[in-house]
Every structure is written in C-alpha cells, then in structure tokens.
Design a protein around this ligand. Structure first.
Ligand code: PXL
Length: 263
C-alpha cells in the first residue's frame, strides 16, 4: 500500500510552532506523508519574526521536480512563498502536475503576516500570491487576510464573491474576531456551511498552518471537501486545547495530540 502524500511549499519556522515544521507534524499525525519544498528560511521565535530569506526560485523548483518525477501526488499545500518569483515557480509546478493529474487539489493558506503582524514576505504579500489564487482548490484566509485579498473590503458577502471568482472553495476563519466563539465559514458555489468553536484563552503560534495542513492531509486520504474541513477543525481544536508553552508568549498547538491519546 502506498501512503498518500501531500506536497508542502512552506517556510521554515525554527521555533517549531508554525510553517513547514507545523505542516509536517499535522500531516503526519493525520496519516498522510509530508513531502516538503522549502520556500523561505525565517528567523523567529514563538512570538516574533526577525527576518525572512526567500529560497531562490530555481531551488524551489528543483526540490519539487525531484519529488514529482517519482511520486504521484494528489494534494499540494501552500504556506508562505517568500516572494513573487517563488509563487510563480510554484504556479508553474502546479500546472505541470495538473497535466498529469488534472484532479490535483491545492490548499492555499494565504498568509499575509504572522499572528503578531510581522512580515513574512519580501514582496507585497497580496501581489506575491496573485498567480496562486486561481490555481487553488480551497483558500483559507483569516478575517484580515480575506479583507487584504479583496483590496481592503470588509464586507463578508463581497469578499466571498471576489474569492469565489478565483477559487471554488473559500474557508474564512473567524479566529481574529471578538466574542466567546470562533466562527469558521465555508463557501462554495451554491453551498455553504458554518462551524462554531469555543474560543480558547491565550495566543497560539501556527494555528492556521495546522488547520490548512490537516485539510490537505484529509483530502489526500480521500475525504470529500466538507468532511475534510470539518475533521480538520476538530483536530485543530484538540491540538489547541492541549497546546503547550515553550517559553513566555504564544503557545504551540499540540499536533501530536492524537498519538498521545492513543498511548
Ligand atoms: O502562521 C503563518 C506562518 C506560516 N509560515 C511561517 C510562519 C507563520 C507564522 O509565523 O512563521 C514560516
């Protein structure tokens, strides 16, 4: 039996909270295999990003080409890309993969900044991912990202209309809202679904990466979109409920929660 893989394009987070390190843990925990092409090296701790060094686009391409030459990959997950050149290189790779596998699914986490608002891109982050939005199967913005991708528009209905004109599934995450609950909303043409989760105390590092990677893993395992979104949220919520501290500041989602429960 071949284990389904997810090809991740993401930046390294040395703190192990977010980025590629988070993606690898979440995808593994849910039973898929993480393949990774590093787009950027970041310099950060669990709270602040000090620097971002995009990997040259040719190197992003080389990492991916070696993998796609050998493996049949069903799902791509994209986190930070580092700059516009890397986004364009990833867009070319996705187009190449789709020639062989037209049903390839792409989960795009349109990260515009870190949780504390630090920059994670060399170029304007909205411009940087412009070539990727139309290739995504699902895009997973939080509220500031949904607004940023729609030219500052803060109305949910027009944001959804704009984002659905690029991509067939839009999951708008309500973590940045206020109130006792986090409301996540999924929209697709002619259908929508809302999930409400109790808001957990404190700050977390890598929540968005965990959720998007979990969706990608569950899609790779063959789950339909709505089930993948629902189960990924349940997993993410569990990981946040058992989050741990590594220092002062944002806590780290416990992405190994399922393994530890099975002990
Ligand atoms: O959570 C978004 C994110 C993605 N990728 C990297 C990050 C962060 C947030 O800090 O550092 C590398």
């Amino acid at each position: 039996m071949i284990r389904p893989s997810v090809l991740v394009f993401a930046g390294s987070d040395p703190s192990g909270g977010a980025g590629l390190q988070a993606d690898i843990q979440a995808i593994s925990a849910l039973g898929a295999h993480p393949l990774s092409a590093i787009t950027a090296l970041t310099v950060q701790d669990n709270d602040h990003v000090f620097n971002v060094h995009p990997v040259p686009a040719g190197l992003v391409q080389q990492q991916a080409h070696a993998l796609i030459a050998k493996m049949d990959i069903g799902v791509v997950k994209i986190g930070i890309v580092g700059n516009r050149a890397n986004a364009d290189a990833i867009a070319d790779i996705i187009q190449l993969m789709r020639q062989r596998r037209p049903a390839l699914q792409v989960v795009l986490d349109p990260v515009l900044a870190s949780g504390h608002g630090d920059s994670l891109s060399q170029d304007n982050p909205v411009n940087a991912i412009a070539s990727l939005l139309p290739l995504a199967t699902i895009v997973t913005p939080n509220l500031p990202e949904a607004s940023g991708l729609c030219g500052g528009d803060r109305r949910l209905d027009t944001q959804v209309e704009t984002l659905l004109s690029y991509c067939p599934n839009v999951l708008i995450k309500g973590g940045h809202d206020c109130g006792p609950d986090v409301v996540n909303r999924w929209f697709t043409n002619g259908n929508q679904c809302t999930w409400t989760w109790p808001r957990l105390e404190g700050g977390f590092h890598g929540t968005g990466c965990t959720l998007a990677s979990a969706i990608a893993a569950l899609l790779a395992l063959g789950k339909p979109m709505v089930e993948a979104i629902e189960e990924a949220q349940a997993y993410c919520h569990q990981a946040l409920q058992s989050a741990y501290a590594i220092a002062d500041g944002q806590r780290i989602p416990n992405r190994c929660v399922l393994l530890e429960e099975g002990k």
